[in-house]
Design a protein. Structure first.
Length: 153
């Protein structure tokens, strides 16, 4: 995992747009709107701001995005953050954040996951007893190892 790893959640502003590189590799471009609460002393309470971030999904992930995602879907994106610097037609220099996605998961899929089943208390007690008895065996062996008369310092 690179140091520029990023995970964000947001809402798709447009349907994914799939294209192909000259070497015939699929790439899907997503526009993700990320909402946040701005910080600072001049911000009024309850203010919510948003920023649009471009997300690039490659190969199989591009196919998945094109088939499964649409405008308005809420997603979690994990990938590599990149700063893209360019000059506009007006001659202004700009820098924008882009994400090279390694995974794109709809939030509805995340919400459908079930927590692991709870073990009944009897099973927990048996496991705790097994762990305690094995720890006792280790401690009894420790007396044989730690004979202080043989320590050279």
């Amino acid at each position: 995992m690179s140091l520029s790893s990023i995970t964000v959640s947001g809402t798709l502003k447009e349907d994914p747009e799939k294209r192909f590189t000259p070497s015939n590799i699929a790439v899907a471009n997503l526009k993700l709107e990320i909402c946040y609460i701005p910080r600072g002393s001049g911000v009024q309470p309850g203010t919510i701001s948003s920023q649009t971030v471009r997300v690039n999904a490659w190969r199989d992930l591009a196919e998945y995005c094109e088939q499964k995602l649409k405008t308005g879907d809420k997603v979690i994106v994990t990938g590599r953050a990149m700063i893209n610097a360019f000059t506009t037609n007006d001659g202004k220099k700009k820098k924008v954040l882009e994400i090279d996605a390694t995974s794109v998961v709809p939030i509805k899929d995340v919400m459908s996951l079930q927590p692991p089943l709870k073990k009944d208390s009897n099973e927990k007690e048996q496991e705790t007893f097994k762990q305690a008895s094995s720890n006792t065996e280790q401690i009894s062996n420790l007396d044989e190892i730690t004979n202080t008369e043989e320590i050279p310092f």
